[in-house]
Design a binder for this molecule. Structure first.
Ligand SMILES: [Zn+2]
Ligand SMILES: [Zn+2]
Length: 346
């Protein structure tokens, strides 16, 4: 079969690889139908994720059809349509018992990281019973792929950790796919204002279309003033960080209202100043989280019910064979006006 294989920083190839085999009775082999590329994959390509070794098949998002189920797999059989969770969970270890699948002792984020991932014609999924979901019948497949990672991530790390409530003023710093997933799922709670901040005009336009009440172009040092102006100098109840850079986290620190929440989603590669000299008395909370994907069943129901349309974030479609081209498009997101790209294995 063909797979997108990482060969060290800056090097990848769409190449022939042996088809994965069942290793444990709890595994399933899934024929990938659709997959996508994540910002995290670009981090890996830069060499930022040292757990990814030369020879690894990338990808942690996708939907597919069960090709083979191990002897101990009870919930799935050959031919079933499934959603692959980006987080593998055993449902037995202490972390899993707390609902913190992201820190599963035997899983967590392993796909396309510590084991071969979904950017291939076939993928082996460990703990298939607890790491796959049945694809609801008749649901848009593009929408489903967005539930592997970005929607649970935006929702859990941004909206739930930020405790978005009806009437809240919410700011989302970063209008990439994750920030926009946070925007769409924040709307579940009817906040009164959703202010989206980004340096890219195109992405702000997309945010506006998806329901942002205000958009602010940053990068000129005026974003904080603008937010304070829009909120009568009060700041925001919830500041969601969806970029992963010191400057964007510091915007969140400057705009959070007393009693508010800073919910971090961004992946950080460098330290950030925590301005406790201003924040010590402000009754705020700061949260961090790696997505647990505990809300995937709820998000599936929302998509099935037509109250959530994750496919709105997809800007490009490619054949899986053209994945190298898709990486190129995705890595030049600004010029290409790309949000999410979907790859289809046909
Ligand atoms: Zn991802
Ligand atoms: Zn576990």
């Amino acid at each position: 079969m063909k797979a997108l294989v990482y060969h060290g920083p800056g090097k990848k190839a769409w190449e022939e690889k042996p088809r994965p085999k069942i290793q444990d009775d709890t595994d399933a082999i899934v024929r990938v139908v659709k997959t996508t590329i994540c910002g995290t994959d670009l981090h890996i390509m830069k060499g930022d994720v040292p757990t990814v070794e030369d020879g690894r098949t990338l990808g942690h998002e996708g939907i597919g059809i069960i090709d083979e189920a191990g002897k101990a797999v009870k919930n799935f059989k050959k031919g079933d349509h499934v959603l692959i969770s980006c987080i593998t969970s055993c449902w037995r270890c202490d972390s899993c018992k707390k609902g913190m699948y992201s820190h599963c002792e035997y899983g967590g984020w392993v796909l396309g990281n510590k084991i071969d991932g979904t950017q291939a014609e076939y993928v082996r999924i460990p703990f298939a019973d607890t790491s796959l979901y049945h694809a609801p019948k008749g649901v848009n497949e593009d929408a489903l792929v967005m539930l592997s990672d970005i929607f649970p991530t935006g929702f859990e790390c941004g909206v739930l950790n930020g405790q978005v409530k009806p009437g809240d003023t919410v700011a989302i710093v970063g209008a990439g796919p994750i920030g926009l997933a946070a925007l769409l799922t924040a709307k579940f709670y009817s906040p009164s204002e959703i202010i989206v901040i980004d340096i890219d005009e195109q992405r702000l336009k997309a945010a506006k279309k998806l329901g942002a009440t205000q958009t602010i172009k940053s990068g000129n040092g005026k974003a904080v003033d603008k937010v304070m102006e829009l909120t009568d100098n009060r700041g925001v109840d919830v500041a969601i960080e969806a970029v992963g850079m010191p400057a964007t986290f510091e915007i969140c620190e400057s705009i959070v209202a007393p009693g508010g929440h800073i919910a971090n989603i961004g992946v950080f590669g460098e330290p950030v100043d925590l301005h406790l000299e201003k924040l010590w008395s402000q009754n705020i909370t700061i949260t961090t989280r790696l997505v647990d994907t505990v809300t995937t069943p709820m998000l599936l129901k929302s998509v099935e019910a037509g109250t959530l349309h994750p496919e709105q974030l997809i800007t490009h479609h490619f054949r899986l064979n053209d994945i190298v081209k898709a990486y190129d498009t995705f890595s030049r997101a600004k010029e290409e006006k790309a949000l999410k790209v979907v790859l289809e294995n046909r």
